[in-house]
Design a protein around this ligand. Structure first.
Ligand code: NDP
Ligand code: 3PG
Length: 477
C-alpha cells in the first residue's frame, strides 16, 4: 500500500514526525494507504510559505491565475477514473457518483474562472450623497484576503475541497488545505494534479493529520486570514470559538425537512424524498432528514415510500449500490442508537433496522414523535423519520424548532400555498417541489442557525475570500 506525502512549498515530503495515519476503506475494511501526520512545526512552515507566495500570486492577472486553474481542470479530467476510484475506496461512495463528483468539480473550476474574469471594479461618485459633488470619485476594487485555511469533510472529498480552493486561488489568495483524514488520499490526488500545472511553489499547501491534533494550531495561527470550513456543527462552533477575528464561512450540519401538503402528487414526492434521503446512505448535509406529512395523506405516502425503499440497492459502492456501508463504525453505532431510541419510544418500523457491520439497511420510521431523538438529531445515515402533522402551520412550527437551518422542501400543487410557507421556513434555501440539494454549484449555498454562517456558491465564495479596497480620487474642479 502507498504511503502518501504531504505537500509544502511545492515539494512532496514525509513528515519529521515519522508518523502516518492508516486510511481504512469503509467497505473493504482494508487499508487504502497511509497519509502523513504532520507536526505543528510543519504546519507553521506551510503557513509561512503560503504567506510568502501570496503577494506575487496576487500580482498576477486573474487570467494568468486562471491559466493554472484551466490546466488543473484538464489534469483532473484526464485522471478522473483514477480519482473516482480513490474516492470510492476511501469514503465508500458509489463509483458512478464518485465519477460525477470529479466531473462536477471540473465544471466547478471552469465556471469559477469564467466568473472571476467577469468580476469588475465599481466606482461611486460623491455627488450622489446629500451635499456631495462630483469632485470625489471612489474606485472600489477587490483584494484577496491573504492565506485561506480550507477545511473539508469526508463526504465530498474532491468537490467540497475544490469548492474552497478554486475561488481562493483565482482571487489571488494562497491556501492551506486541511482535508478530512478519511478523504486525505483523494486530496493528495487532486493536489498531484494541481502540482502538474507548474503552479508556483507555496500557493497551495496540503497539510494532513487529524483535525483533533493540528486543527486548533491551524485555526488559531496568526498567519491565517480567513477560514472556509465544511463539516459538523460541533466542529464548526469549536473553530469559530478558536479563530481570531478573521472572516469565517461555515457550512455545517442539517436536518432538512420535506413538508408534504395534502394536495401533493405523492408518487412524484416519494421519488424526490427517496433520492433526497437515501443517496450515498444519507451522508449528505443536504439529505432530507425528516418528513412532515399532512395526516390526510400520510398513510398513502408512507405506503408509496415503503415500496420505493424496497427498490433501493444495498451493498457495495463498486456495484453502485445506493445504500453503502457508513464511513465508520462510530457513525453506524450512532445511527443505530437513533433507531433504537425511536423504536423504544413507540415509533412504527415500516422497514429496515437491519445491520451488517457499518452497513445499515434503509430504514423508514413512521409515527415519529417530538420526544424522539430522531426528530431532531442529524443521523448522516439511511434512516428517515415521518412525523405526521395536522396542518401547514404545525409543519412550519416543527420545521423551525430545529437547531438547524440548511434547506427545506415543500411539496404541493398549489404554488400560492408554497409561497406562503416558504418565507416562514427558517432555512438558507427552500426547494419548491424538489429534493433538497446544493447544486447547481453557482447558486448561493448557505445554512443559518447551527447550519452555518456566510455563503458559498461560486460567486459568493469568491466574494467571501476578497475584501473591498477603496481608492478615492479628489479632483480639483
Ligand atoms: N453544510 C454543508 O455543506 C455540509 C455539512 N457537512 C456536515 O459535516 C458532518 C460530517 O462530516 P465530517 O467530515 O465527519 O465532519 P467533521 O466536523 O468531523 O470534520 C470536518 C473537518 O474538520 C476537521 N476537524 C476536526 N476537528 C477539527 C478542529 N478542532 N479544528 C479544525 N478542523 C477540525 C476534520 O478533520 P479530521 O477528519 O482529521 O477529523 C475534517 O477535515 C455532518 O454533520 C454534515 O452535516 C458535510 C458536508 C457538507
Ligand atoms: O456535503 C454535502 O452534503 C453537500 O454540500 C451537499 O451537496 P449535494 O446536495 O450536491 O449532495
Amino acid at each position: 500500500m502507498s504511503t502518501y506525502k504531504y505537500y509544502i512549498n511545492g515539494q512532496w515530503k514525509d513528515s519529521d514526525s515519522k508518523e502516518t495515519i492508516s486510511i481504512i476503506s469503509p467497505y473493504t475494511n482494508e487499508e487504502v494507504g497511509k497519509v502523513q501526520a504532520i507536526t505543528q512545526e510543519e504546519a507553521d512552515l506551510a503557513i509561512k510559505s503560503a504567506k510568502e507566495a501570496q503577494k506575487e500570486w496576487a500580482n498576477l492577472t486573474v487570467r494568468k491565475r486562471g491559466e493554472y486553474l484551466y490546466k488543473w481542470m484538464d489534469e483532473l479530467n484526464k485522471n478522473k477514473e483514477n480519482i473516482a476510484r480513490t474516492i470510492m475506496k476511501e469514503v465508500g461512495k458509489g463509483y458512478n457518483d464518485a465519477l460525477k463528483e470529479v466531473s462536477r468539480t471540473v465544471d466547478f473550476i471552469r465556471y469559477t474562472i469564467e466568473e472571476a474574469v467577469h468580476m469588475y471594479n465599481e466606482s461611486m461618485s460623491g455627488e450622489n450623497f446629500e451635499g456631495g459633488n462630483n469632485s470625489k470619485i471612489a474606485i472600489i476594487s477587490k483584494r484577496p484576503l491573504g492565506v485561506i485555511l480550507a477545511i473539508s469533510p469526508f463526504n465530498y472529498p474532491v468537490n467540497l475541497s475544490v469548492a474552497k480552493i478554486a475561488p481562493a486561488l483565482v482571487s489571488g489568495n494562497t491556501v492551506i488545505f486541511k482535508p478530512a483524514t478519511q478523504g486525505a488520499i483523494s486530496a493528495v490526488k487532486i493536489i498531484e494534479a494541481l502540482d502538474k500545472t507548474g503552479i508556483p511553489k507555496g500557493i497551495l499547501n496540503l497539510v494532513t493529520g487529524k483535525g483533533s491534533v493540528i486543527g486548533d494550531f491551524l485555526t488559531e495561527h496568526e498567519g491565517i486570514n480567513m477560514i472556509s470550513f465544511t463539516g459538523g456543527s460541533e466542529t464548526g462552533k469549536h473553530i469559530a470559538e478558536k479563530s481570531k477575528m478573521i472572516p469565517l464561512v461555515m457550512e455545517l450540519g442539517g436536518k432538512d425537512p420535506a413538508v408534504v401538503c395534502d394536495d401533493a402528487d405523492l408518487n412524484f414526492v416519494a421519488k424526490q424524498i427517496i433520492s433526497g434521503a437515501y443517496s450515498y446512505s444519507g451522508q449528505r448535509c443536504t439529505a432530507i432528514k425528516r418528513v412532515l406529512a399532512n395526516k390526510k395523506i400520510a398513510n398513502e405516502l408512507v405506503n408509496i415510500l415503503k415500496n420505493e425503499v424496497d427498490k433501493l440497492t444495498v451493498g457495495s459502492p463498486e456495484e453502485n449500490s445506493i445504500i453503502v456501508p457508513l464511513i465508520d463504525k462510530k457513525s453506524a453505532d450512532y445511527v443505530q442508537g437513533l433507531i433504537d431510541d425511536a423504536l423504544a419510544k413507540g415509533a412504527t418500523l415500516v422497514c429496515g433496522n437491519k445491520r451488517e457491520g457499518n452497513l445499515i439497511y434503509p430504514t423508514l420510521l413512521d409515527n415519529v414523535t417530538l420526544d424522539m431523538r430522531i426528530a431532531w438529531e442529524e443521523p448522516f445515515g439511511p434512516v428517515l423519520p415521518v412525523i405526521r402533522v395536522n396542518s401547514d402551520e404545525e409543519a412550519i412550527k416543527i420545521a423551525n424548532e430545529s437547531e438547524f437551518g440548511l434547506q427545506a422542501s415543500i411539496f404541493t400543487q398549489n404554488i400560492d400555498r408554497a409561497f406562503n410557507i416558504a418565507p416562514r421556513l427558517e432555512v438558507g434555501t427552500v426547494q419548491v417541489n424538489g429534493r433538497t440539494e446544493r447544486g447547481p454549484d453557482h447558486l448561493p449555498f448557505l445554512g443559518i442557525k447551527s447550519s452555518g454562517m456566510g455563503v458559498q456558491g461560486i460567486r459568493k465564495s469568491i466574494e467571501s475570500m476578497t475584501i473591498e479596497k477603496v481608492t478615492v480620487i479628489n479632483i480639483n474642479r
